[in-house]
Ligand binder design. Structure first.
Ligand SMILES: [Zn+2]
Length: 617
């Protein structure tokens, strides 16, 4: 199809339209590059290790064979869960963003070969879902079967491929699927919602890419139709399925954590494209309720293994935390959309917390092993009672492999999270060595960012090119950074420091964020960790892992004194180079010094006892 006439500003991690009601706009996809430092290392591993390995895993696990079978190119049995196709789409999305970051013709050829398979499996009326096609029971149970969920991931992958590679082959498939959904679902047609949200985000992105307003209308229908019990006729658990309370009436998050945050992110997409301020306000209150009472100190979401669900307020056990990697990713997507809608720095703080402490713990430092569940406490003698138990260590892949390709697509598109723009300025949202360009009303503003973040808080921003006239450079000052300065002047934490002037190439703005180790006290209502403290330094939450402790220390028996000074030191040889913290403690009657590492880095030297919350003496 010809999208040239309707193409929207390309951007990542979301697009936008000129009509969208946004406080801040996303940058074009090729406008923000991470050029070095910790995140660049992660992107390199995703590129060199995770994406190629993921491709092999999709072959071995049968996901790609399912497409070959549905296309009539192979005889065989379905393998994998009902949503197996979505892992392929998430991999395709990751590969597309990665190609956009760093073009590689072999990677493009791989994408196009898999795209050809998807197209070959697609039926004449646009439907494609290989497991259901092979089973032959289309839309028998939308609450359970993930057909629109898979379509949503297909849409996201197709948009990524189009924006990042310039190829529209997957977009052609996606448009035929979306047209099929428009013909099938909605008022006066089939009135159903999928058991797992994500199609809402996907449809809005497809609208942004194609200009097709019927896709936006269908996304709005799927958002508004939820919470009216449409899933009840399929014997679905309405809380689990995010179908108990209308989105507009919900005051908090509940049920399956990934479903809940994906739905909220999709609702935010619909809201900004339909100028629905009331919906944005409601979503903001839900976000606050989540962070106040249903989020772990790491940013992790989902306290219950049963139903992979949010618990009651303040039900946040460290040792049985679920905190699925995908829930952290979905919440970052929600926070990103709220950031664009409102311009509130707290959402960028959330993205930082989530990416560093709830998402990246889900992938090994080498890039080929994963946690699905991110516990905050592993006891001495813990047994793996489930494939997902931390006690079993990291895994190369999972039967339900939602998390690995989700991490890949997130890290590959991370440049898009770094900054936003307005008509007269750039807002630096996340800090990494990078170059960032935005087209402002008066011309292009380009800045270069130099920093050792997340290992220290000095951020040097050099103007490379500036339009004539005054423009604004806004730097996020995280809420944890009390005492921050910009060019020596004190600035407020939890807000943006705004420097407005006529910039010249070579001008420098220097942000200093104090990196002092601190203790975090839990909310007094969280009985599970009452009397404990967690350690943090800068944006990172810390964990005490057995491997770093003196011989004989049993982590289950430690007590720390939160009033004593915490030591901090950069250890370039440890875990790829990290800051460690040290804190005096007693263990079994002995005085010892505990060493803490960034939580994201745990379980990279085998798996053993670990705790984020430390009982205070
Ligand atoms: Zn997952």
């Amino acid at each position: 199809m010809d999208t040239a006439s309707s193409v929207r500003p390309i951007s990542s991690p979301t697009g936008t339209t000129p009509e969208a009601k946004l406080a801040l706009r996303p940058l074009c996809i090729d406008s923000a590059h991470i050029t070095g430092g910790w995140w660049a290392d992660r992107q390199r591993q995703i590129s060199e290790v995770s994406i190629p390995d993921g491709r092999r895993q999709l072959d071995e696990a049968g996901n790609l064979d399912n497409f070959r079978i549905a296309a009539g190119e192979l005889d065989g049995e379905i393998r994998g869960p009902v949503f197996a196709d979505s892992d392929v789409y998430k991999w395709l999305e990751a590969a597309a963003w990665e190609y956009g970051r760093q073009p590689d013709e072999d990677l493009l050829a791989d994408q196009l070969e898999i795209t050809r398979l998807v197209a070959a499996a697609q039926e004449d009326d646009g439907y494609v879902n290989t497991v259901i096609q092979i089973r032959g029971d289309r839309y028998r149970n939308p609450a359970r079967d993930h057909e629109m969920y898979c379509a949503g991931h297909l849409f996201q992958a197709a948009v990524a491929q189009s924006r990042a590679t310039g190829h529209d082959e997957l977009l052609d498939v996606a448009v035929r699927v979306a047209d099929h959904l428009v013909r099938t679902f909605g008022p006066g047609k089939r009135e159903d919602v999928d058991g797992h949200p994500v199609v809402e985000m996907g449809l809005v992105e497809l609208y942004r890419q194609t200009g097709r307003t019927d896709y936006l209308d269908l996304a709005r229908y799927f958002v508004e139709a939820r919470g009216h019990g449409l899933s009840a006729k399929y014997d679905g658990n309405l809380t689990y399925l995010s179908d108990r309370v209308p989105v507009r009436e919900a005051t908090t998050v509940e049920g399956h954590a990934v479903r809940a945050v994906y739905l909220a992110a999709g609702a935010a997409d619909v809201a900004v494209e339909t100028h629905d301020d009331e919906l944005i306000e409601v979503l903001g209150r839900q976000y606050t309720a989540m962070t106040d009472a249903k989020q772990y100190v790491t940013g992790g979401l989902g306290a219950r293994w049963e139903g992979e669900a949010f618990g009651d307020p303040y039900e946040l056990p460290a040792d049985r935390a679920y905190a699925e990697t995908c829930a952290g990713i979905g919440a970052a997507q929600w926070a990103w959309r709220m950031l664009l809608a409102t311009g509130e720095a707290r959402y960028a703080d959330q993205i930082e917390l989530l990416l560093l402490n709830a998402v990246m713990p889900g992938i090994s430092l080498h890039g080929d092993e994963y946690f699905y569940v991110n516990t905050l406490h592993l006891r001495d003698g813990a047994e793996a009672d489930n494939e997902r138990s931390a006690a079993g260590g990291r895994h190369r892949w999972f039967d339900c492999a939602c998390c690995p390709p989700n991490v890949m697509r997130t890290v590959a598109q991370l440049g898009g999270y770094l900054a936003t723009s307005t008509d007269d300025g750039i807002q630096l949202q996340q800090y990494a060595p990078s170059t960032i360009t935005a087209a402002l009303g008066g011309g292009e503003l380009t800045v270069k960012v130099d920093t050792d973040y997340p290992w220290n808080g000095s951020v040097r921003v050099t103007v490379v090119a500036a339009p004539g006239g005054e423009v604004e450079l806004a730097l996020r000052v995280p809420a944890w950074a009390e005492g921050a300065t910009v060019d020596g002047a004190a600035v407020r934490a939890g807000d943006y420091a705004r420097v407005r002037r006529e910039f010249q190439p070579g001008d420098v703005v220097q942000l200093e964020l104090p990196f002092a180790a601190s203790v975090v006290h839990p909310h007094p209502r969280v009985d599970a960790v009452r009397g404990s403290v967690a350690l943090r330094l800068g944006p990172l939450v810390y964990a005490v892992e057995q491997a770093d402790q003196p011989a004989g220390v049993v982590l289950d028996d430690v007590r720390v004194d939160p009033a004593v000074a915490i030591g901090s030191e950069h250890r370039p040889e440890l875990l790829g180079g990290v800051n460690v913290l040290t804190i005096p403690a007693t263990a079994g009657g002995e005085q010892v010094t505990l060493t803490a590492i960034p939580y994201f880095a745990w379980a990279n030297r085998g798996v053993g006892p670990m705790r984020v919350w430390l009982p205070a003496a």
